[in-house]
Write a protein that binds this ligand. Structure first.
Ligand code: SF4
Length: 369
């Protein structure tokens, strides 16, 4: 639960789930909700894949998934795992041998649906490989690839069919005495995904991986994911999230973080509070915020910064942020530190000066910790 005794309307009661480990990252229980993404390079291109994994990790990804469709991909995994700063998940569909190879290569988790890989012997072999190499498993139910018997039974992808599929896969793992698993229940339709996840949350105590699949491009996918995931997270459902965008994986990580930050579930970097600007603005708010977002990307320490065009809202927002700047007249404005007016600043020096103030404040916070 995010507990806020002064502002109880901000509290979120998280669903109680078991905790598993994905490498050294805990997922579920009271662990922070993790942000994941997935590479879109050809996995056998080791250099390109490592570079993308590192960029995603630098942007804040806690866990990165790598597609492993063929033997060349699993052969590349060893080198990728060695260079990765975060635990890797191998994405497997159907080919149980790829799962075994990926486990042997040292990935932290296998994304595989045990019901789709054939005989009981194959499931046993994959589970044995996972146990031998300390891998967890993510069961990944997807509305677009439900088993035929469930489509025949329910007529179309629906929450009942998705949850039944998930519970069938869970049973196969449990029958093999394997319990280090998490589960997702994704759909591209927000209503279907949300209903399936709500039902799944009642049906199992496994950690839940949230996602709206094939959500769309950067803008449309961000909005759709924020609506779908936001509503579930607000209801306390979800232990790890992946925002699926037809965009650079780094964008997925940024959006994932912003969703969690907006609900107070994670903090990272500078949260800029800024006004939309209007004729009253004492400086160019839009250009300034664009520049500051870029200049402050390297700050990982959580803090808040208000950049407000004029005194209508500036002093009020500054009261609630670590640092603030409010536009004034005659080409200058006021800097606020911890809610209090501190010094005047001319507009032409503001970006440099605010970057310096943020960096100094970040060092102070880090030193205090
Ligand atoms: S804070 Fe001032 S500049 Fe910004 S939108 Fe409101 S009135 Fe306009």
């Amino acid at each position: 639960m995010t507990h806020n005794p002064i502002r109880p309307w901000r509290n979120i009661d998280r669903r109680k789930s078991r905790q598993i480990m994905v490498g050294n990252v805990p997922v579920g229980g009271d662990a922070p909700i993790t942000v994941q993404t997935m590479t879109n390079t050809i996995t056998s291109d080791v250099t390109a894949t490592i570079e993308q994994v590192q960029r995603a990790a630098e942007a804040g990804a806690d866990i990165v998934r790598v597609s492993t469709p063929d033997e060349a991909s699993t052969a590349a995994l060893k080198a990728i795992v060695r260079e990765s700063p975060v635990p890797l998940v191998a994405d497997i569909h159907f080919h149980y041998k790829r799962a075994i190879e990926a486990a042997e290569a040292g990935v932290a988790c296998l994304r595989i649906n045990p019901g789709n890989i054939g005989s009981a012997d194959r499931v046993r072999e994959v589970v044995k490989a996972a146990k031998d190499h300390g891998c967890s498993i993510r069961i990944g139910v997807n509305a677009g690839s439900l088993e035929k018997h469930l489509l025949d039974k329910y007529g179309e992808p629906c929450p009942d069919a998705m949850v039944e599929s998930g519970l069938d896969h869970i049973k196969l793992l449990q029958d093999n005495d394997f319990h280090e698993f998490k589960i997702s229940c994704k759909a591209s339709d927000v209503f279907l995904a949300a209903a399936a996840y709500q039902q799944l949350a009642e049906a199992t105590d496994a950690p839940i991986h949230l996602g709206i699949t094939e959500a769309g491009g950067l803008m449309t996918g961000t909005v759709k994911s924020a609506v779908g995931l936001g509503n579930l997270l607000w209801a306390g459902i979800g232990d790890t999230i992946r925002v699926s965008l037809s965009a650079d994986p780094v964008e997925e990580v940024k959006v994932g973080y912003e969703i969690l930050k907006s609900l107070g579930l994670r903090t990272r970097g500078v949260q800029i509070i800024s006004c939309p600007s209007c004729a009253r603005q004492g400086f160019d708010v839009i250009k300034t915020v664009e520049a500051l977002e870029k200049r402050l990307e390297h700050i990982k320490t959580p803090m808040s910064l208000s950049i407000i065009g004029c005194v209508v809202n500036g002093p009020g927002e500054a009261l609630m942020t670590d640092l603030g700047f409010t536009g004034g007249g005659a080409g200058s404005g006021m800097v606020y530190l911890a809610g209090k007016q501190d010094h005047k600043l001319s507009n032409d020096r503001m970006i440099e000066h605010i970057v310096e103030l943020v960096e100094a404040r970040a060092s102070e916070i880090e030193a205090a910790e």
